[in-house]
Design a binder for this molecule. Structure first.
Ligand code: BGC
Length: 445
Protein backbone atom coordinates (compact mmCIF):
# COMPACT_ATOMS: atom_id res chain seq x y z
CA UNK A 1 0.00 0.00 0.00
CA UNK A 2 1.40 3.43 -0.80
CA UNK A 3 1.88 5.97 2.01
CA UNK A 4 -1.03 8.21 1.04
CA UNK A 5 -3.47 5.31 0.95
CA UNK A 6 -2.13 3.98 4.24
CA UNK A 7 -2.49 7.43 5.83
CA UNK A 8 -6.07 7.67 4.65
CA UNK A 9 -6.95 4.24 6.02
CA UNK A 10 -5.31 5.01 9.34
CA UNK A 11 -7.07 8.35 9.65
CA UNK A 12 -10.42 6.88 8.71
CA UNK A 13 -10.02 4.18 11.39
CA UNK A 14 -8.99 6.79 13.92
CA UNK A 15 -11.82 9.10 13.07
CA UNK A 16 -14.22 6.27 13.62
CA UNK A 17 -12.84 5.45 17.05
CA UNK A 18 -12.59 9.09 18.17
CA UNK A 19 -15.95 10.12 16.79
CA UNK A 20 -18.86 10.63 19.15
CA UNK A 21 -22.14 10.32 17.29
CA UNK A 22 -25.37 11.91 18.50
CA UNK A 23 -26.78 8.54 19.71
CA UNK A 24 -23.53 7.98 21.60
CA UNK A 25 -23.76 11.45 23.19
CA UNK A 26 -27.35 10.66 24.17
CA UNK A 27 -26.21 7.39 25.71
CA UNK A 28 -23.56 9.23 27.72
CA UNK A 29 -26.14 11.79 28.87
CA UNK A 30 -28.41 9.04 30.14
CA UNK A 31 -25.65 7.21 31.97
CA UNK A 32 -24.36 10.47 33.39
CA UNK A 33 -27.86 11.32 34.64
CA UNK A 34 -28.10 7.94 36.35
CA UNK A 35 -24.70 8.34 38.00
CA UNK A 36 -25.71 11.81 39.22
CA UNK A 37 -28.77 10.39 40.94
CA UNK A 38 -26.74 7.60 42.53
CA UNK A 39 -24.22 10.12 43.82
CA UNK A 40 -26.93 12.34 45.28
CA UNK A 41 -28.36 9.33 47.10
CA UNK A 42 -24.93 8.49 48.55
CA UNK A 43 -24.63 5.26 46.54
CA UNK A 44 -21.39 4.05 45.02
CA UNK A 45 -20.77 5.32 41.53
CA UNK A 46 -18.33 7.37 39.51
CA UNK A 47 -19.88 10.76 40.36
CA UNK A 48 -19.34 11.86 43.93
CA UNK A 49 -21.90 14.73 43.78
CA UNK A 50 -20.40 16.67 46.67
CA UNK A 51 -22.52 19.24 48.54
CA UNK A 52 -20.79 22.63 48.69
CA UNK A 53 -22.87 24.11 51.56
CA UNK A 54 -23.42 27.30 49.63
CA UNK A 55 -25.83 28.60 47.01
CA UNK A 56 -25.61 31.47 44.54
CA UNK A 57 -24.47 34.97 45.40
CA UNK A 58 -27.06 37.71 45.91
CA UNK A 59 -24.83 40.37 44.37
CA UNK A 60 -24.96 42.38 47.60
CA UNK A 61 -22.02 40.75 49.37
CA UNK A 62 -19.55 43.39 50.55
CA UNK A 63 -16.18 43.72 52.26
CA UNK A 64 -12.48 42.99 51.87
CA UNK A 65 -11.33 39.40 51.77
CA UNK A 66 -8.27 37.32 51.08
CA UNK A 67 -8.75 34.53 48.58
CA UNK A 68 -6.42 31.55 48.16
CA UNK A 69 -6.39 29.51 45.00
CA UNK A 70 -4.75 26.10 44.99
CA UNK A 71 -5.48 23.75 42.15
CA UNK A 72 -2.50 23.35 39.87
CA UNK A 73 1.16 24.16 39.75
CA UNK A 74 0.49 27.78 40.68
CA UNK A 75 -0.76 28.99 44.01
CA UNK A 76 -2.33 32.44 44.11
CA UNK A 77 -3.15 34.79 46.93
CA UNK A 78 -5.54 37.66 46.24
CA UNK A 79 -7.06 40.52 48.14
CA UNK A 80 -10.44 41.53 46.85
CA UNK A 81 -12.93 44.18 47.74
CA UNK A 82 -16.55 43.34 47.06
CA UNK A 83 -18.51 46.52 46.67
CA UNK A 84 -22.04 45.13 46.40
CA UNK A 85 -24.39 45.57 43.45
CA UNK A 86 -22.32 42.95 41.61
CA UNK A 87 -19.23 45.20 41.65
CA UNK A 88 -15.73 44.63 42.92
CA UNK A 89 -12.45 46.51 42.84
CA UNK A 90 -9.35 45.41 40.95
CA UNK A 91 -7.82 42.56 42.97
CA UNK A 92 -4.26 42.54 44.27
CA UNK A 93 -2.71 39.25 43.25
CA UNK A 94 0.50 37.33 43.92
CA UNK A 95 1.34 34.11 42.14
CA UNK A 96 3.71 31.43 43.39
CA UNK A 97 4.97 28.33 41.61
CA UNK A 98 4.55 25.09 43.50
CA UNK A 99 7.34 22.74 42.64
CA UNK A 100 7.39 18.96 42.75
CA UNK A 101 8.94 19.00 46.22
CA UNK A 102 5.59 20.29 47.48
CA UNK A 103 3.08 18.62 45.15
CA UNK A 104 4.66 15.21 45.71
CA UNK A 105 6.30 15.65 49.12
CA UNK A 106 4.83 15.81 52.61
CA UNK A 107 1.41 17.44 52.95
CA UNK A 108 2.61 19.39 55.96
CA UNK A 109 5.37 20.98 53.86
CA UNK A 110 2.85 21.90 51.17
CA UNK A 111 0.62 23.72 53.68
CA UNK A 112 3.63 25.37 55.36
CA UNK A 113 4.67 26.63 51.95
CA UNK A 114 1.17 28.02 51.34
CA UNK A 115 1.25 29.80 54.71
CA UNK A 116 4.63 31.34 53.84
CA UNK A 117 3.20 32.59 50.53
CA UNK A 118 0.28 34.21 52.39
CA UNK A 119 2.75 35.86 54.76
CA UNK A 120 4.79 37.18 51.83
CA UNK A 121 1.61 38.61 50.31
CA UNK A 122 0.52 40.25 53.56
CA UNK A 123 3.93 41.84 54.00
CA UNK A 124 4.14 42.97 50.39
CA UNK A 125 0.68 44.55 50.49
CA UNK A 126 1.14 45.89 54.05
CA UNK A 127 -2.07 44.25 55.24
CA UNK A 128 -2.91 44.23 58.91
CA UNK A 129 -2.72 40.58 59.93
CA UNK A 130 -4.11 41.28 63.39
CA UNK A 131 -7.39 42.52 61.98
CA UNK A 132 -9.06 39.09 61.82
CA UNK A 133 -9.17 39.21 58.04
CA UNK A 134 -11.46 36.62 56.50
CA UNK A 135 -10.08 34.14 54.07
CA UNK A 136 -11.80 32.11 51.34
CA UNK A 137 -9.89 29.02 50.23
CA UNK A 138 -10.36 27.58 46.75
CA UNK A 139 -9.10 24.03 46.86
CA UNK A 140 -9.62 22.41 43.48
CA UNK A 141 -9.58 18.73 44.32
CA UNK A 142 -12.36 16.33 45.29
CA UNK A 143 -13.23 16.88 48.92
CA UNK A 144 -15.96 15.63 51.17
CA UNK A 145 -17.23 18.87 52.59
CA UNK A 146 -18.74 18.68 56.06
CA UNK A 147 -19.48 22.38 56.39
CA UNK A 148 -18.65 25.60 54.57
CA UNK A 149 -15.19 25.69 56.14
CA UNK A 150 -14.44 22.02 56.57
CA UNK A 151 -13.59 19.49 53.87
CA UNK A 152 -11.71 16.20 53.80
CA UNK A 153 -9.58 15.45 50.75
CA UNK A 154 -11.01 12.40 48.97
CA UNK A 155 -8.07 11.96 46.61
CA UNK A 156 -5.53 14.04 44.78
CA UNK A 157 -5.85 14.62 41.03
CA UNK A 158 -3.82 16.49 38.37
CA UNK A 159 -0.54 14.87 39.36
CA UNK A 160 -0.55 15.92 43.05
CA UNK A 161 0.36 13.25 45.56
CA UNK A 162 1.44 15.04 48.77
CA UNK A 163 1.33 12.57 51.65
CA UNK A 164 -0.77 12.76 54.80
CA UNK A 165 -3.58 14.86 53.34
CA UNK A 166 -6.05 12.25 52.07
CA UNK A 167 -8.94 11.94 54.53
CA UNK A 168 -7.86 15.08 56.44
CA UNK A 169 -9.62 18.42 56.78
CA UNK A 170 -7.64 20.75 54.54
CA UNK A 171 -8.81 23.84 56.44
CA UNK A 172 -7.47 22.29 59.64
CA UNK A 173 -4.12 21.64 57.94
CA UNK A 174 -3.99 25.20 56.62
CA UNK A 175 -4.84 26.64 60.05
CA UNK A 176 -2.00 24.70 61.67
CA UNK A 177 0.47 26.07 59.13
CA UNK A 178 -0.90 29.62 59.51
CA UNK A 179 -0.36 29.43 63.28
CA UNK A 180 3.26 28.32 62.70
CA UNK A 181 3.79 31.45 60.58
CA UNK A 182 2.24 33.72 63.24
CA UNK A 183 -0.92 34.16 61.16
CA UNK A 184 -3.31 32.49 63.61
CA UNK A 185 -5.56 35.55 63.61
CA UNK A 186 -6.62 34.99 60.01
CA UNK A 187 -10.01 33.37 59.80
CA UNK A 188 -10.43 30.67 57.14
CA UNK A 189 -14.16 31.05 56.82
CA UNK A 190 -14.92 29.34 53.52
CA UNK A 191 -13.65 26.46 51.45
CA UNK A 192 -14.71 25.88 47.85
CA UNK A 193 -13.91 23.92 44.74
CA UNK A 194 -12.86 26.07 41.75
CA UNK A 195 -16.04 25.22 39.82
CA UNK A 196 -18.09 26.39 42.80
CA UNK A 197 -16.08 29.62 43.01
CA UNK A 198 -16.64 30.16 39.30
CA UNK A 199 -20.42 29.65 39.53
CA UNK A 200 -20.69 31.92 42.59
CA UNK A 201 -18.51 34.62 40.99
CA UNK A 202 -20.61 34.64 37.82
CA UNK A 203 -23.87 34.71 39.80
CA UNK A 204 -22.66 37.85 41.63
CA UNK A 205 -23.50 39.68 38.41
CA UNK A 206 -25.72 37.24 36.59
CA UNK A 207 -28.42 35.76 38.81
CA UNK A 208 -29.51 33.03 36.36
CA UNK A 209 -26.09 31.38 36.41
CA UNK A 210 -26.61 27.81 37.59
CA UNK A 211 -23.62 25.81 36.30
CA UNK A 212 -19.87 26.29 36.83
CA UNK A 213 -17.35 24.42 34.66
CA UNK A 214 -13.57 24.26 34.47
CA UNK A 215 -11.86 22.86 31.38
CA UNK A 216 -8.17 23.47 31.96
CA UNK A 217 -5.47 21.25 33.42
CA UNK A 218 -8.30 19.26 34.97
CA UNK A 219 -12.03 19.33 34.34
CA UNK A 220 -15.09 19.45 36.54
CA UNK A 221 -18.55 20.97 36.87
CA UNK A 222 -20.92 22.06 39.60
CA UNK A 223 -24.56 23.12 39.41
CA UNK A 224 -27.42 24.36 41.54
CA UNK A 225 -29.52 21.53 42.98
CA UNK A 226 -32.69 21.52 45.05
CA UNK A 227 -31.75 20.58 48.59
CA UNK A 228 -34.70 18.16 48.65
CA UNK A 229 -32.99 16.23 45.80
CA UNK A 230 -29.76 15.75 47.77
CA UNK A 231 -30.98 12.60 49.46
CA UNK A 232 -27.71 11.91 51.26
CA UNK A 233 -27.86 15.24 53.07
CA UNK A 234 -30.02 13.80 55.88
CA UNK A 235 -30.21 15.81 59.04
CA UNK A 236 -29.27 19.02 57.28
CA UNK A 237 -31.47 21.69 58.78
CA UNK A 238 -31.86 23.98 55.79
CA UNK A 239 -34.05 21.61 53.78
CA UNK A 240 -35.53 24.33 51.63
CA UNK A 241 -33.88 26.09 48.76
CA UNK A 242 -30.88 25.21 46.64
CA UNK A 243 -27.30 24.19 47.20
CA UNK A 244 -24.41 23.92 44.79
CA UNK A 245 -23.28 20.37 44.06
CA UNK A 246 -19.74 19.69 42.91
CA UNK A 247 -20.21 16.74 40.54
CA UNK A 248 -16.49 15.91 40.21
CA UNK A 249 -17.37 14.91 36.67
CA UNK A 250 -13.75 14.21 35.77
CA UNK A 251 -14.21 10.82 37.41
CA UNK A 252 -17.14 9.76 35.19
CA UNK A 253 -16.17 6.44 33.66
CA UNK A 254 -18.98 5.00 31.56
CA UNK A 255 -17.04 5.73 28.40
CA UNK A 256 -15.64 3.82 25.45
CA UNK A 257 -11.84 3.97 25.58
CA UNK A 258 -9.53 3.69 22.60
CA UNK A 259 -6.29 1.75 23.05
CA UNK A 260 -4.55 5.12 23.51
CA UNK A 261 -6.86 6.13 26.38
CA UNK A 262 -6.25 2.76 27.99
CA UNK A 263 -2.47 3.13 27.62
CA UNK A 264 -2.55 6.65 29.07
CA UNK A 265 -4.59 5.46 32.03
CA UNK A 266 -2.30 2.49 32.66
CA UNK A 267 0.74 4.76 32.81
CA UNK A 268 -0.94 7.34 35.06
CA UNK A 269 -0.51 7.79 38.81
CA UNK A 270 -4.25 7.47 39.36
CA UNK A 271 -5.03 4.44 37.26
CA UNK A 272 -8.75 3.73 36.84
CA UNK A 273 -9.67 7.16 38.18
CA UNK A 274 -10.61 10.45 36.46
CA UNK A 275 -11.41 8.72 33.15
CA UNK A 276 -13.46 11.57 31.66
CA UNK A 277 -10.77 14.03 32.77
CA UNK A 278 -8.18 11.93 30.95
CA UNK A 279 -10.20 12.25 27.71
CA UNK A 280 -11.01 15.95 28.05
CA UNK A 281 -8.53 18.06 29.95
CA UNK A 282 -5.30 19.87 29.19
CA UNK A 283 -3.20 17.65 31.38
CA UNK A 284 -3.86 14.68 29.10
CA UNK A 285 -4.92 15.57 25.53
CA UNK A 286 -1.39 16.20 24.30
CA UNK A 287 -0.33 12.83 25.65
CA UNK A 288 -3.12 11.07 23.72
CA UNK A 289 -1.85 12.76 20.54
CA UNK A 290 1.70 11.67 21.40
CA UNK A 291 0.62 8.06 21.86
CA UNK A 292 -1.11 8.12 18.48
CA UNK A 293 1.89 9.54 16.62
CA UNK A 294 4.16 7.08 18.36
CA UNK A 295 1.92 4.31 17.09
CA UNK A 296 1.91 5.81 13.61
CA UNK A 297 5.67 6.01 13.54
CA UNK A 298 5.76 2.38 14.54
CA UNK A 299 3.38 1.56 11.71
CA UNK A 300 5.57 3.72 9.45
CA UNK A 301 2.70 6.00 8.53
CA UNK A 302 4.55 9.00 9.70
CA UNK A 303 8.11 10.07 9.27
CA UNK A 304 10.15 8.95 12.28
CA UNK A 305 11.70 12.43 12.41
CA UNK A 306 8.43 13.83 13.72
CA UNK A 307 8.21 11.50 16.67
CA UNK A 308 11.89 11.83 17.62
CA UNK A 309 11.38 14.73 20.08
CA UNK A 310 8.27 13.15 21.53
CA UNK A 311 9.58 9.83 22.82
CA UNK A 312 9.14 10.82 26.45
CA UNK A 313 5.80 10.71 28.21
CA UNK A 314 4.32 14.20 28.50
CA UNK A 315 6.60 15.70 25.85
CA UNK A 316 3.80 16.62 23.47
CA UNK A 317 2.11 19.50 25.28
CA UNK A 318 -1.60 20.18 24.91
CA UNK A 319 -0.67 23.81 24.12
CA UNK A 320 0.89 22.56 20.87
CA UNK A 321 -2.55 21.34 19.83
CA UNK A 322 -3.91 24.90 20.02
CA UNK A 323 -1.12 26.20 17.82
CA UNK A 324 -1.36 23.30 15.37
CA UNK A 325 -5.14 23.39 15.02
CA UNK A 326 -5.12 27.15 14.67
CA UNK A 327 -2.73 26.98 11.72
CA UNK A 328 -4.56 27.81 8.49
CA UNK A 329 -1.46 28.86 6.56
CA UNK A 330 -0.65 27.14 3.28
CA UNK A 331 1.83 24.35 3.93
CA UNK A 332 1.14 24.63 7.69
CA UNK A 333 4.10 26.80 8.52
CA UNK A 334 3.05 27.22 12.17
CA UNK A 335 2.94 23.44 12.60
CA UNK A 336 6.39 23.32 11.06
CA UNK A 337 7.60 25.90 13.58
CA UNK A 338 6.06 24.05 16.54
CA UNK A 339 7.73 20.84 15.43
CA UNK A 340 11.04 22.57 14.84
CA UNK A 341 10.94 24.22 18.24
CA UNK A 342 10.35 20.82 19.79
CA UNK A 343 13.33 19.35 17.90
CA UNK A 344 11.84 17.85 14.73
CA UNK A 345 13.88 19.81 12.21
CA UNK A 346 12.40 18.37 9.06
CA UNK A 347 8.77 17.51 8.47
CA UNK A 348 6.82 16.86 5.28
CA UNK A 349 3.64 18.76 4.45
CA UNK A 350 1.77 15.44 4.43
CA UNK A 351 2.87 14.57 7.93
CA UNK A 352 2.03 18.03 9.20
CA UNK A 353 -1.44 17.63 7.74
CA UNK A 354 -1.82 14.28 9.39
CA UNK A 355 -0.72 15.68 12.74
CA UNK A 356 -3.26 18.49 12.48
CA UNK A 357 -6.01 15.97 11.76
CA UNK A 358 -5.03 13.87 14.77
CA UNK A 359 -5.02 16.87 17.10
CA UNK A 360 -8.43 17.93 15.79
CA UNK A 361 -9.91 14.47 16.37
CA UNK A 362 -8.68 14.30 19.94
CA UNK A 363 -9.79 17.80 20.95
CA UNK A 364 -13.14 17.47 19.17
CA UNK A 365 -13.90 14.32 21.12
CA UNK A 366 -13.04 16.15 24.35
CA UNK A 367 -15.42 18.97 23.43
CA UNK A 368 -18.23 16.57 22.55
CA UNK A 369 -17.75 14.60 25.77
CA UNK A 370 -17.91 17.85 27.74
CA UNK A 371 -21.07 18.86 25.89
CA UNK A 372 -22.72 15.49 26.67
CA UNK A 373 -21.90 15.82 30.35
CA UNK A 374 -23.10 19.44 30.43
CA UNK A 375 -26.32 18.40 28.68
CA UNK A 376 -26.93 15.81 31.41
CA UNK A 377 -26.33 18.42 34.13
CA UNK A 378 -28.76 20.87 32.52
CA UNK A 379 -31.40 18.14 32.11
CA UNK A 380 -31.05 17.24 35.79
CA UNK A 381 -32.16 20.78 36.65
CA UNK A 382 -34.57 21.34 33.77
CA UNK A 383 -35.56 18.16 31.95
CA UNK A 384 -37.21 19.84 28.95
CA UNK A 385 -34.73 22.71 28.76
CA UNK A 386 -37.65 25.07 29.23
CA UNK A 387 -35.71 28.04 30.63
CA UNK A 388 -32.47 29.90 30.14
CA UNK A 389 -29.26 28.81 31.82
CA UNK A 390 -25.99 30.66 32.16
CA UNK A 391 -22.96 28.42 32.44
CA UNK A 392 -19.90 30.03 34.03
CA UNK A 393 -16.84 28.63 32.29
CA UNK A 394 -13.15 28.93 33.03
CA UNK A 395 -10.01 27.05 32.12
CA UNK A 396 -7.16 27.48 29.69
CA UNK A 397 -8.17 24.74 27.26
CA UNK A 398 -11.65 26.14 26.74
CA UNK A 399 -10.37 29.68 26.56
CA UNK A 400 -7.31 29.25 24.39
CA UNK A 401 -7.97 26.32 22.08
CA UNK A 402 -9.17 27.57 18.70
CA UNK A 403 -11.99 25.03 18.26
CA UNK A 404 -12.91 23.58 21.66
CA UNK A 405 -15.64 26.13 22.48
CA UNK A 406 -17.07 26.01 18.96
CA UNK A 407 -17.15 22.20 18.95
CA UNK A 408 -18.77 22.10 22.35
CA UNK A 409 -21.51 24.51 21.30
CA UNK A 410 -22.05 22.65 18.04
CA UNK A 411 -22.49 19.39 19.97
CA UNK A 412 -25.04 21.06 22.26
CA UNK A 413 -27.00 22.09 19.16
CA UNK A 414 -26.88 18.51 17.90
CA UNK A 415 -28.22 17.30 21.23
CA UNK A 416 -30.87 19.95 21.93
CA UNK A 417 -31.65 21.41 18.51
CA UNK A 418 -32.73 25.06 18.56
CA UNK A 419 -33.30 24.92 22.34
CA UNK A 420 -29.53 24.91 22.74
CA UNK A 421 -29.71 28.70 22.38
CA UNK A 422 -31.13 28.74 25.92
CA UNK A 423 -27.71 27.71 27.20
CA UNK A 424 -25.32 30.62 27.42
CA UNK A 425 -21.74 29.62 28.14
CA UNK A 426 -20.02 32.60 29.66
CA UNK A 427 -16.27 32.80 30.07
CA UNK A 428 -15.74 33.77 33.71
CA UNK A 429 -12.08 34.50 34.12
CA UNK A 430 -10.60 34.08 37.54
CA UNK A 431 -13.89 33.03 39.08
CA UNK A 432 -12.09 30.80 41.53
CA UNK A 433 -10.45 33.80 43.23
CA UNK A 434 -13.44 36.10 43.20
CA UNK A 435 -15.78 33.26 44.11
CA UNK A 436 -13.74 32.36 47.19
CA UNK A 437 -14.00 35.97 48.41
CA UNK A 438 -17.77 36.05 47.81
CA UNK A 439 -18.23 32.74 49.62
CA UNK A 440 -16.20 34.10 52.55
CA UNK A 441 -18.59 37.08 52.57
CA UNK A 442 -21.61 34.76 52.50
CA UNK A 443 -20.09 32.82 55.42
CA UNK A 444 -19.90 35.98 57.46
CA UNK A 445 -23.43 37.15 56.76
C1 BGC B 1 -10.44 18.10 40.33
C2 BGC B 1 -11.61 19.03 40.55
C3 BGC B 1 -11.32 20.38 39.91
C4 BGC B 1 -10.91 20.21 38.46
C5 BGC B 1 -10.58 21.53 37.79
C6 BGC B 1 -10.04 18.06 38.86
O1 BGC B 1 -8.87 17.30 38.71
O2 BGC B 1 -10.75 16.80 40.77
O3 BGC B 1 -11.90 19.17 41.91
O4 BGC B 1 -12.47 21.17 40.01
O5 BGC B 1 -9.78 19.38 38.39
O6 BGC B 1 -9.55 22.22 38.43
Amino acid sequence: MNKKLRDNCFIRDMERSFDLSVPEMNRIMKDFGREMKKGLAGKNGSLKMLPAYVGRATGNEKGKFIALDLGGTNFRVLELELKGGGNFGAPKVMKFTIDKKHTAGRGEDLFDFIARCIKAFINEEHLNKEAGMKLGFTFSFPMDQKALAKGLLIRWTKGFSASGVKGKDVVGLLRKSLVKEGLGSLLVSALANDTVGTLVACSYREPICDVGIIIGTGTNACYLEKISEIKKLKGFSGLKGNMIINTEWGNFNRLKLTKYDAALDRASRNRGEQILEKMVSGMYLGEIVRLIIEDMAYLRNIDKGIIAPFRERGSFKTEYMSEIEGDTSPGLSIVKRVLKRAGADVSSAEDRNLLKKICAMVSRRGARLSASALAAVICKMDRALSRKHTVAMDGSLYEKHPAFAKNMKRALREIFGSKASRINIKLTKDGSGTGAAIIAAIAGS
